[in-house]
Design a binder for this molecule. Sequence first.
Ligand code: MRU
Length: 333
Amino acid sequence: MLATLSEDGLQAIQILDQTLLPAQAVIRRLTTLEDVAHAIRHMQVRGAPLIGATAAYGVALGLQAADIPAHDQRLADVLATLAATRPTAVNLHWALARMQQALMPLPVAQRAAAAWQAARAIAQEDAAANAAIGQHGLPLLADLAARRGRVQVMTHCNAGWLATVANGTALAPVYAAQQAGLAVHVWVSETRPRNQGWLTAWELQQAGIPHTLIADNAAGLLLMQGKVDLIIVGADRIAANGDTANKVGTYLKALAAAAHGIPFYVAAPRSTIDFACPTGADIPIEERAAAELDSPLGQDTAVANPAFDITPATLIDGIITDTGLHTAQHLRP
Ligand code: MRU
């Protein structure tokens, strides 16, 4: 499997540029803090867990500049630059807080080397957490496949290996099901305006998993027609009460799933749960550029482009994390 993020041995990192996928698979080499901030802001890397791990490496790159000592002010500036790139995915802020905790107590001369180690640990933990999500989600799919012969999953956006260091979140149980020999089919919604669903379709194509691409607005009909056994989506931030921010359009799927009695699950590592954020109303929603809608009406037409929405915990049947399957309304630190 391709890596979304890797070190290249020369104190640089390599990323798969997701703005060019699925047409082209281009690896970019990032060597500076500014390279990393640009890659996150412009979504060359995207997906909450991947953003967090990449930002951690951004701290390492920011502290290794030979002409700038890694004193407290430099560390604070590096953290602030990365924190300002995207607001909603809490994994970014979680990773930066962890880097700060690891580096601040150290002598200045040791910080740059320690930052590489800390970033590596975050990346490795993400891959392991997502593999665990796959195993904890697998019984849900296995149960449905046993009763129906095959299991039909619907997902939204891209929460596969591309969006993480490895293994994916929402797609981790799907990959686990494939490995277990279950018959699985995935409904993939395009996810306008950025079309992250195309990334999901590309991933599933690479893995040889049967899937069907749909327009976002087709989801309700498929749920009504009984063509979906369960929905699994990723998350950018889960509030303490279980309300969940994910790619805009997730909430409508959850509403339609509830109307038709279809189970709706969120899959995310614990780094996505923000216990400091009481409810979904407290989650900052990123507003992205109007140009992403690419409207033929031109600049005179007002455009709103919220990148995420909030699905209330009451619509979520369970949250699959690296520690197991949890009730959304009873999350524990
Ligand atoms: O704007 P994006 O593409 O970074 O948003 C990604 C999502 O909403 C994903 O569903 C979420 O980050 C989970 S990724 C494992």
